[in-house]
Design a protein around this ligand. Structure first.
Ligand SMILES: [Zn+2]
Length: 304
């Protein structure tokens, strides 16, 4: 700060002290005896308003953090999940990962990691067989975003579960496309692939009111026809995954067997008869991995 600047700041401080000293004295407390001085009546200095807003924001954040710590304890997480960084003002430009290209041009990008430098990863849950109400409650209380990629053959016996999920968080849980019948798409003709993908676009739009922008092919297998069909019915991007979470272990795509900024984490709606634990068991484990490595979970739709 310059000399003139510090003198001006001192002058302002003295003025504030003079304005507030009478109020402070009438309340019987010595000046500076804890807390910010009460603003003088009718005083609406912009700096003060900004300061008050900042303080309120800080208090809300602290409250959110405290609530999350309580929820983490309640749900048996070893560590309290970290607060996600603010989403980017503009979404990053996403291109197809090297080695994942098809010959077609102008097709939706296929990727496993979102371009970002922030220590943020994205949680995606596939298929939809297991419909555990505890999962919805746990994620809401922990305030952790996630996205679901639904396949109609396992969802259609209870569309209501995913309607509840969709509305279970303040900003919603996005429901995306994972085909009607979970087939190995490269083995199907263009017309049949189109029915699998565009048919599921229609189901989600009809049942949940919003046509998905994201599509994930079953097993991560696709060819050029898959991407052409997906594009034809409104799919913007094809997120695959960089790692996969199970209740008892992780599987990694990269040689370093680690998380990276922007990694997409895959897991499934499965129950104890399918793998070694419940949905909350799986979340407990993957969240401990994510948090212990210093990562937060972000909202995929803020980036893609
Ligand atoms: Zn699947």
């Amino acid at each position: 700060m310059t000399k003139g600047g510090s003198r001006r700041a001192l002058g302002a401080a003295l003025l504030v002290a003079a304005l507030t000293s009478t109020a402070a004295c009438s309340e019987g407390s010595a000046p500076g005896a804890g807390g910010a001085p009460a603003p003088a009546a009718g005083q609406q200095a912009p700096a003060k308003t900004a300061a008050r807003l900042a303080a309120e924001k800080k208090a809300a954040l602290a409250e959110r953090r405290a609530a999350r710590a309580v929820a983490a304890k309640k749900w048996g997480l070893r560590l309290t999940p970290l607060e996600a960084p603010a989403p980017p003002r503009t979404k990053p430009r996403i291109t197809t990962r090297k080695g994942f290209e098809t010959d077609g041009e102008g097709l939706p990008p296929v990727f496993t990691t979102v371009p970002t430098k922030e220590k943020v990863v994205f949680l995606t849950i596939d298929d939809g067989a297991e419909k555990d109400p505890e999962l919805i409650r746990m994620m809401r209380e922990l305030d952790i975003p996630y996205s679901a990629f639904l396949s109609d053959y396992v969802v259609s016996d209870d569309y209501g579960y995913f309607a509840k999920m969709q509305k279970s968080q303040p900003r919603g849980v996005a429901l995306h496309n994972h085909t009607l019948n979970h087939k190995y798409l490269p083995g199907l003709s263009y017309a049949r692939q189109k029915r699998e993908i565009c048919g599921m676009q229609d189901v989600i739009e009809k049942k949940y009111g919003k046509r998905p922008e994201l599509f994930r092919p079953p097993y991560g297998n696709y060819n050029e026809d898959t991407l052409r069909a997906a594009k034809s019915c409104g799919v913007k991007a094809v997120p695959l995954w960089a790692s996969e979470a199970f209740p008892d272990h992780m599987e990694w795509r990269e040689w370093d067997r680690d998380l990276h900024p922007g990694d997409i984490v895959l897991t499934h709606f499965r129950g104890e008869e399918d793998w070694k634990g419940s949905m909350p068991d799986m979340i407990r484990r993957v969240m401990n991995v994510i948090t212990s490595k210093g990562y937060a979970v972000g909202r995929l739709e803020d980036y893609v």
